[in-house]
Design a protein around this ligand. Sequence first.
Ligand SMILES: NC(=O)c1ccc[n+]([C@@H]2O[C@H](COP(=O)([O-])OP(=O)(O)OC[C@H]3O[C@@H](n4cnc5c(N)ncnc54)[C@H](OP(=O)(O)O)[C@@H]3O)[C@@H](O)[C@H]2O)c1
Length: 173
Amino acid sequence: MSLGWVAVPTRVQLVWAQGRGGAIGRDNTIPWRVPEDMARFKELTIGYPVIMGRKTWDSLPARFRPLPGRTNIVITRSDDWSADGAMRARTVDEALVLAGPEPVSVIGGAEVYRAMIGRATDLRVTEIEVDVPAADAFAPEIGDEWEAVYVGDRLTSTTGVRYRFVNYRRAIA
Ligand SMILES: NC(=O)c1ccc[n+]([C@@H]2O[C@H](COP(=O)([O-])OP(=O)(O)OC[C@H]3O[C@@H](n4cnc5c(N)ncnc54)[C@H](OP(=O)(O)O)[C@@H]3O)[C@@H](O)[C@H]2O)c1
């Protein structure tokens, strides 16, 4: 085992979209359609590694898997999991080491956001004005250590859904 320094990302952004009450998913899908948010997701993540949980990987439609133009790192506790186009990590730390020194995006789901928010430097949240009855996956709590550095205007999607973008940065103590 190497005892040298290992380069891990200095910027770790969590990227998610949440409905009312912090809902982010139901039955392993995202329960709304906001193409403008998908475009922003691509803009925020393209060219850099992305880290996701195995269930989020499973939830991606086959034609988006792996997410193109990004190193796809999937966290799983399973030793024998593998998928074309994905790197497997067994822990949060292993995922960050695989990502290397570049900025990295953590793209869900709920369990992985909870496991990684303590390592994050930035949160990129899309607030979607929809109720999600029977939601079963929720965004992590945004505590006092986070400062909103950008609050976008409320916009209306081509699908009619209202939304806005909010960016947070870890507050300097
Ligand atoms: N709205 C959004 O922005 C957004 C974004 C992404 C996902 N989602 C939604 O979120 C839901 C999925 O979230 P989820 O919480 O159920 O699943 P998830 O976080 O995507 O994946 C959970 C799995 O990841 C692995 N894992 C998680 N934490 C780990 C850790 N600390 N160490 C090792 N492995 C770990 C485990 O895989 P194994 O079971 O293989 O061991 C675990 O079962 C879906 O509904 C999806 O559509 C929403």
